[in-house]
Design a protein around this ligand. Structure first.
Ligand SMILES: Nc1ccn([C@@H]2O[C@H](COP(=O)(O)OP(=O)(O)O)[C@@H](O)[C@H]2O)c(=O)n1
Ligand SMILES: [Ca+2]
Length: 500
């Protein structure tokens, strides 16, 4: 009995005071941590959406973007969650039937209606941006281009989204927003890292955009775009060459070869054995080629392939003008271009063509790439058709030209060398989003890239809760130790005489 009492006296945990203190202490810690967790728990993730239609010269594509609702003005990462290719040609091809341009967008828009949650429809911005195809139609026939926009706008407004308008992007915007997209997706802007240049090849125009340390924008102000993004200033060089997209370049090259108006055009950019009867008018319609029209044109010509890469390269070079430059340096056609500064991401048709030709690896020496293309161009047409039975013949016939055009544009046009060629990366997507101008365009119009870097909380949520828990436990231990240190003063002293 006395041993038991001694035990009880030695073990303060058995005194009622200590039990009560412990229980209260544990309850307090649990309450504190629970409050910390609940109060700072990330809110149930809700998303916002944005839709951009890229009305290109060859086709229209719809992109749906998504981002966490509570972060739309700062660090939220915007991602492409869906893309839809509109059936049929680009909207500029509907000049004589504008209503059909609007109609053509319906299927993709209905898809978007299903994919964006119903309760977000009315707040989801919807943009349509048209590029070089509509630029050309606008030059050629502005009332036809207005009608196409009217029809497209009418069709888009029938959907429940927040329609923000349809317009032609300037070449500068197209180049600059492509650059923003690539660098945003690579996380280079937020972190203030060295940026990647953007090379975009379309059907009717092509863009080059990059930051060059020794370019301040003063030499050719119209090629300069300045941004302040996440607290960093960027002075971007950008240029868009109208008519130098691969489809218009093909037309210009062929029109150049056929400028004497012969009955047969022997074309080194097409495979040997390729032959087709074509209408002369296809070579001279549109503002890129109208001035190359021969005096006495026949109605048709026979287009015959010769499959010769070097001659094709010469033919392509003939559509570039290298003879004049009023600046310290130029790319071509008298357009200023500062010293190239890599790395570069090359997307859209750059990727499609080089991927088809199995030439996306830029660590392969440029000479080897050219040799490979030389062999490809020299391959007879019937063999090419056998190798690619699934590819549409119109597209299949053009890869020799397109590959040659890309290499010529990069090296002769933009002055990439055998060495700097490896600074280029042919890309289709970055993470889940396509490389192109659409994302940059939407980020800009929704003010989603702040000029200054937003302040972020010093600790992430998990760190905050962990530190709070550790401090609570330490405080509790400290409290117990403090109580124990008071032990000699406990009532035990006054009970002593009873034992005696
Ligand atoms: N799978 C694909 C898709 C497009 N393309 C080409 O990529 C180019 C896209 O140009 P685009 O329609 O965006 O025209 P722009 O308005 O940008 O000049 C066209 O020349 C298409 O033929 C391709 O080669 N393979
Ligand atoms: Ca394009």
């Amino acid at each position: 009995m006395s041993a038991q009492r001694e035990m009880k006296e030695k073990n303060p945990w058995q005194t009622p005071v200590m039990i009560i203190i412990t229980v209260i202490g544990v309850i307090a810690i649990v309450a504190l941590v629970t409050v910390a967790v609940l109060q700072n728990r990330p809110l149930l993730q809700k998303y916002k959406y944005g839709i951009v239609l890229d009305a290109g010269s060859s086709h229209t594509a719809l992109y749906i973007y998504e981002w966490p609702a509570e972060k739309d003005n700062n660090t939220g990462r915007v991602e492409q969650t869906h893309s839809c290719k509109v059936k049929g040609p680009g909207i500029s091809s509907y000049a004589s039937a504008p209503l059909e341009a609007g109609e053509s967008l319906r299927a993709c828009m209905q898809e978007a209606e299903k994919l964006v949650p119903g309760k977000r429809h009315h707040e989801t911005p919807l943009y349509l941006g048209a590029t070089a195809g509509m630029r050309l139609l606008n030059i050629e026939n502005s009332s036809a281009s207005d009608k196409v926009f009217q029809a497209v706008g009418d069709a888009l407004q029938k959907f429940p989204f927040s329609y923000q308008g349809a317009r032609i992007l300037s070449g500068q915007e197209e180049g600059a927003f492509g650059w923003v997209t690539v660098n945003y997706l690579d996380d280079r802007l937020k972190q203030g890292l060295e940026t990647t240049g953007a090379l975009d090849l379309g059907g009717a125009s092509t863009q080059i955009s990059f930051v060059s340390n020794n370019y301040d924008g003063s030499e050719s102000p119209r090629n300069s775009v300045t941004f302040r993004l996440y607290g960093n200033d960027y002075n971007l060089y950008t240029h868009s060459f109208l008519c130098y997209g691969k489809d218009q370049a093909l037309k210009m090259t062929l029109a150049q070869m056929a400028k004497e108006g012969p009955a047969t055009v022997f074309d080194p950019c097409f495979h040997p054995g390729y032959t087709a009867t074509k209408n002369y008018s296809i070579l001279y319609d549109g503002p890129c080629v109208s001035d190359r029209k021969p005096q006495a044109a026949l109605a048709t010509f026979t287009h015959t392939g010769k499959g010769n890469f070097l001659q094709c390269q010469e033919a392509v070079k003939s559509v570039f003008n290298f003879t004049y430059c009023k600046y310290s340096r130029c790319s071509f056609n008298g357009v200023f271009q500062p010293l190239l500064q890599g790395p570069f991401g090359a997307f859209s048709a750059y990727y499609f063509v080089m991927n088809f030709l199995n030439l996306t690896d830029t660590s392969i020496p440029l000479e080897t790439v050219k040799d490979s293309l030389k062999r490809y161009c020299a391959t007879p047409w019937n063999q090419i058709m056998l190798l690619h039975p699934d590819v549409k013949l119109k597209y299949l016939a053009e890869y020799c030209f397109s590959g040659t055009y890309i290499l010529t544009l990069l090296t002769e046009g933009y002055n990439f060398t055998s060495k700097s060629y490896s600074d280029i990366k042919f890309i289709k997507k970055i993470k889940s989003s396509d490389a192109g101008w659409t994302l940059g365009y939407m980020l800009n119009l929704t003010n989603m890239i702040p000029a200054e870097n937003p302040d972020s909380p010093p600790l992430p949520h998990v760190g905050y809760v962990s530190i709070l828990s550790v401090i609570a436990v330490l405080l509790f231990i400290l409290f117990i130790l403090f109580i124990l240190s008071l032990r000699p003063l406990w009532p035990r002293c006054s009970k002593q005489p009873q034992i005696v």
